[in-house]
Design a protein around this ligand. Structure first.
Ligand SMILES: NC(=O)C1=CN([C@@H]2O[C@H](COP(=O)(O)OP(=O)(O)OC[C@H]3O[C@@H](n4cnc5c(N)ncnc54)[C@H](OP(=O)(O)O)[C@@H]3O)[C@@H](O)[C@H]2O)C=CC1
Ligand SMILES: CC(C)(CO)C(=O)C(=O)O
Length: 344
């Protein structure tokens, strides 16, 4: 981002306009500080023809709404109009997609800031490895927003922590400038809220306590966040699973504090029954973010020697749910042979 772009609208690409991506497009456009291009896939024809139908707790009802530009694939960036920001809002599912390859055509070295508004722990290092001259911002979101063919129901406010995922090859002051600029645009309409934080990994671990446990356990049981607690899962699985995740974070150098389990359970009050995004994917028959939401944490647990029996079993069940979903979509087929006994 050059100094001159501060004067004009920032050129922003949002990749993947599902629930989170569409609401990011709305927040950025409504600031008046960004011209947004949305790269869509299955909803492209519908949105091009009719625009989005949005029922939003933050923005009200928007009918036939479109960002400045809508395209049907990630554009190859042109030398004349590089993107200042590329906002990634598609699911990270290494079994079927490669985020680095998907976003690569749109990234200008030394210029484009990459903003990851996705769930998961340590989703940033592969992006920094691939784009070593680009600032990477990270924003684990607490929004509730789901999209189906251009229709978005947004029922939990758009708020998230936003920080730099530091790239040792870049100047921290430059990273900070980009962080502040992006937050000022996102918050520019005075509605959505990105809160700048100094250490985003701390906040990613906090959110891993919610996503790594509620998302995965609700996806396996097909119970919503309230039902799983009311049927007894809160004490048999949710809190013990969160305790294991907090131990992994601690071994990684992040002490989340004594109250973190209560805080993360209370983050979504029991009166508010809803389906976590991973359960919504099970409902839709979509593959799941198994590896970034739970697998990455368990790989750290193995490196650090942390015992995680509950999360290990959750992961095993989730991988079988994933296999069913991948097979149903034709990404894999059922093996003819039984795996060997050391397969886990
Ligand atoms: N939804 C929520 O309330 C929350 C979600 N999150 C996180 O935010 C991220 C986004 O979630 P969500 O909005 O629910 O995801 P969705 O699955 O609803 O949206 C992702 C969108 O990306 C599109 N897409 C996938 N691949 C490509 C591609 N190669 N090019 C262009 N578009 C593509 C999908 O299109 P297609 O239909 O073709 O697959 C889909 O429209 C995830 O990491 C999720 O965990 C975090 C907090 C809450
Ligand atoms: C915490 C929550 C529910 C967003 O608020 C989420 O991250 C999800 O549904 O995946």
């Amino acid at each position: 981002m050059s100094e001159s772009t501060h004067q004009s609208k920032r050129n922003v690409l949002v990749i993947g306009a599902g629930g989170v991506g569409t609401m990011a497009c709305v927040a950025l456009e409504r600031s008046g500080m960004a011209s947004v291009t949305a790269a869509l896939r299955s909803n492209y024809e519908k949105v091009l023809r009719d625009g989005f139908e949005i029922e939003s707790v933050d923005h009200g009802k928007l009918s036939g709404w479109r960002p400045s530009h809508v395209v049907n694939k990630v554009p190859h960036v042109s030398a004349e109009s590089p993107f200042d920001y590329v906002v990634v809002t598609l699911k990270t599912i290494p079994e079927i997609n490669n985020i680095v390859e998907i976003i690569a055509p749109s990234i200008t070295p030394n210029r484009t800031t990459i903003v990851l508004l996705q769930n998961g722990i340590y989703i940033e290092p592969p992006i920094i490895d691939a784009f070593q001259t680009n600032v990477v911002l990270s924003g684990p979101s607490y929004i509730g927003a789901h999209q189906h063919n251009g229709h978005v129901i947004h029922d939990d406010p758009d708020r998230y922590h936003l920080g730099v995922f530091h790239n040792p090859k870049l100047d921290p002051e430059d990273e900070r400038r980009n962080l502040e600029d992006f937050a000022s645009i996102y918050n520019g309409a005075g509605i959505a809220h990105a809160t700048i934080v100094a250490d985003i990994v701390h906040y990613r671990w906090r959110k891993a306590l919610w996503n790594g446990i509620f998302n995965t356990m609700c996806a396996v049981t097909q119970l919503d966040n309230a039902a799983i607690r009311r049927f007894g899962g809160e004490h048999s699985l949710i809190r013990p699973g969160m305790a294991e995740m907090a131990k992994i974070a601690q071994a990684d150098g992040y002490n989340l504090g004594d109250k973190v389990i209560d805080e993360m359970v209370d983050a979504t009050p029991i009166e508010l029954s809803f389906r976590p995004s991973m359960l919504v994917d099970v409902d839709k028959g979509n593959p799941l973010e198994v590896e970034v939401v739970l697998g990455n944490a368990l790989r750290i647990a193995r490196q650090k020697g942390v015992q995680t029996p509950i999360l290990d079993n959750t992961y095993r069940f989730l991988k079988l749910v994933q296999a069913r979903l991948l097979a149903a979509r034709g990404y894999i087929s059922e093996p003819k042979e039984l795996p060997t006994a050391d397969f886990i």
